[in-house]
Ligand binder design. Structure first.
Ligand SMILES: *[C@@H]1O[C@H](CO)[C@@H](O)[C@H](O)[C@H]1NC(C)=O
Ligand SMILES: *[C@@H]1O[C@H](CO)[C@@H](O)[C@H](O)[C@H]1NC(C)=O
Ligand SMILES: *[C@@H]1O[C@H](CO)[C@@H](O)[C@H](O)[C@H]1NC(C)=O
Length: 620
């Protein structure tokens, strides 16, 4: 309990702060539509805001969530973030409607052009047979294709393979804490069924018998679902994602750890004390699909399916040295998570080829009755088709155009910048053209993203928060409290910015005929976990902003984005480049990932200690 003196001090502070904390109004002198807030120069400055761990975080959380001064302190924090600038900016866009969903309906001729891109034999084979990823396999990862080849050759059957994988989980999970639910018997039952199909010569697809892990916010029938929190539900049905995977024979290996509600891209869950980075267990794994990326990085499953509302697929992929595709908004149908307009699903995988196969399986045949298809056009002709056209054409990249906003690209740790510049150079050497672009008002866009994701998060957690009877991490409580405090004006202004930014960025892609905009995936190298955040967690918005500075655009605007490993830093931790793609053009950024994997990523190295090597385990 707080001593009376500490209590008084906090009260006095809260009073002082509180008296200054009214909603900060827009600057009314900024009303000339030609001089939008700032001049459009690079403006993603570091955030100056307190970071807290340990007991100070506990005290502040108490004051914020359970004292009359809470709302005033929250308002001060929100003012500090600069939300008034979003309102100033939005006020200068009188003709633009607020955009609620970032669902982009494209013209029929564009849709027809995507549909007309035909698959090469190799791309077709990738979906039907799997394709080798020689690069990843040679590095020691056991890809979905490696599983298939070993099953086809009779070197192992799914039951023997899963017994080995179970041993791998039992060996590594105590150090890495990647699984929130892992049911050996259920895995064995699925493996037996797959083994029977293989024996009969009737595997269901390239994924038959391949272990796939699932983020703990996607329903798997009978497996405890926690969304990273303390309330456990046992779903009586599979999510559409899981249904699609099972229909292809994939083995659902288990559910993977995520931070509570997916609230932080650092990836740590204080209730479960994990996940840890397999390259160095004193570091964050990145999140929020933390256990998901680590299950892939540690060799346990070649593919994991995550969700990404603010980098949650791409950030942990980047920090764990694997590939992660956050698809465009609405591309992959799912049942839970529809309430967040920033969220999309996608695969995290050990190779570009495994990303492509999982993508093709999850995104094929949009269900015309699904909410996303209805949102697109109510089933009148359907969404633009998902295709892998061109992804395997990597020996030359002539005609491929990659945008770079150098001020943004170079605003990261020097080792990250150098490594991403090398990767860009490799693409250029293959014939790609680099185009200088400018993306104005990133700061305002990042605040618009924050206003959306924070308020939608607060909506989802409204009742558990208000009831006060659910144990939550301090950082979750503060995040919900901030989301509840944002005003309707701020949220609607953010939606107007979403509309403006969508037009602006689509204009850039059209003007320069871009296939992708490339940047680093994160602004900082893999951070260490502060010792005193192990029990209580960490609230560190400046760090979070540095982690998210390249990836939020894809969430605010519903565009696909992909994290691609490009090397390792001087501490041996992974480095990653980010490819931002145009709506409905996932295949264009996947092609760049294939090219980098094949021609650039020469020294791919799985974690030395925390790695499960199926080849060695089964002496294949
Ligand atoms: C693109 O930007 C880079 C870095 O600022 C600069 O060196 C280069 O000259 C620019 N290229 C063009 C064509 O403007
Ligand atoms: C919390 O309280 C609400 C409303 O009283 C109740 O419906 C819910 O079941 C409670 N949750 C827990 C975890 O006790
Ligand atoms: C792991 O990271 C910590 C910093 O978090 C560092 O002190 C330590 O030397 C690293 N360990 C290895 C084996 O590199």
């Amino acid at each position: 309990m707080m001593g009376p003196r500490v209590g008084l001090l906090v009260l006095a502070l809260a009073l002082a702060v509180g008296l200054l904390s009214l909603v900060r109004e827009p600057d009314v002198s900024v009303n000339d539509a030609t001089t939008r807030v700032g001049d459009g120069a690079y403006d993603l400055e570091p955030l100056v805001s307190p970071s807290l761990t340990g007991w100070p975080l506990k005290v502040v959380t108490k004051v914020i969530t359970a004292s009359p001064f809470g709302p005033l302190i929250l308002r001060l924090l929100i003012n500090d973030m600069g939300l008034h600038m979003v309102r100033e900016f939005a006020a200068q866009l009188p003709r633009l409607t607020p955009m609620y969903y970032p669902m982009i309906r494209i013209k029929n001729d564009e849709k027809a052009a995507i549909a007309a891109e035909t698959l090469s034999d190799l791309e077709l084979a990738m979906v039907q047979e799997g394709i080798p990823s020689k690069e990843s396999s040679a590095a020691g990862y056991f890809t979905a294709y490696d599983y298939r080849r070993a099953y086809l050759a009779g070197h192992m059957d799914p039951s023997r393979a899963m017994e080995a994988v179970i041993r791998g989980v039992e060996r590594l999970d105590p150090h890495l804490r990647m699984f929130s639910a892992f049911d050996k018997e259920d895995v064995r039952t699925q493996a037996q069924a797959s083994a029977a199909r293989w024996k009969a010569g009737e595997p269901l697809s390239v994924l038959d018998g391949v272990p796939v892990t699932i983020k703990d916010m996607i329903e798997v029938k009978g497996q405890p679902l926690t969304n990273g929190g303390t309330v456990v539900e046992i779903p009586d049905r599979d999510d559409e994602i899981v249904r699609r995977l099972r229909a292809k024979g994939a083995i659902i290996l288990g559910l993977t750890v995520m931070p509570e509600g997916g609230v932080t891209p650092l990836g740590y869950n204080a209730h479960l004390d994990g996940t840890f980075n397999p390259y160095n267990v004193t570091r964050y794994s990145g999140g929020s699909s933390s256990g998901c990326a680590v299950a892939v990085a540690s060799g346990i499953s070649p593919i994991c399916i995550g969700f990404d509302g603010g980098g949650s697929i791409r950030v942990p992929s980047a920090m764990s040295g694997v590939f992660g595709l956050a698809t465009g908004f609405g591309r992959i149908p799912f049942d839970l998570g529809l309430a967040l307009t920033t969220i999309k699903s996608g695969p995290i995988a050990a190779s570009s080829a495994d990303v492509a196969v999982a993508y093709a399986i999850l995104a094929e045949d949009p269900d015309p009755e699904h909410f996303y298809a209805q949102l697109y056009d109510g089933g009148n002709g359907g969404m633009p088709p998902a295709t892998l056209a061109g992804v395997s054409q990597t020996d030359r990249l002539d005609g491929v155009r990659i945008g770079v906003y150098w001020d943004h690209f170079r605003d990261a740790d020097p080792e990250i910048v150098r490594s991403c510049e090398d990767a860009l150079g490799a693409l250029e050497a293959l014939g790609a053209t680099i185009v200088n672009v400018t993306i104005p008002h990133l700061r305002i866009m990042s605040m618009a993203h924050a206003s959306k994701i924070l308020t939608e998060f607060a909506m989802l957690w409204d009742l558990p928060y208000s009831s006060g009877n659910v144990t939550m991490e301090a950082n979750t409580l503060i995040t919900i409290a901030i989301g509840k405090t944002l005003t309707a004006n701020e949220i609607l202004a953010g939606e107007r910015v979403r509309h403006w930014a969508t037009d602006m960025i689509r204009g850039l892609y059209a003007e320069h005929r871009l296939d992708a905009i490339m940047s680093p995936s994160t602004g900082v190298r893999v951070p260490a976990i502060p010792a005193d955040s192990r029990k209580i967690g960490e609230s560190n918005n400046p760090l979070v902003l540095q982690v998210m500075k390249y990836i939020f655009t894809a969430n605010l605007l519903g565009m696909p984005g992909m994290a691609v490993p490009v090397g390792y830093d001087s501490d041996g931790l992974p480095l990653s480049a980010h490819m931002l793609g145009l709506h409905w053009h996932e295949h264009r950024i996947m092609r760049l990932s294939f090219a980098l994997e094949k021609h650039h990523l020469k020294r791919r190295a799985p974690p030395k200690e925390n790695f499960f090597n199926l080849r060695e385990e089964l002496k294949l």
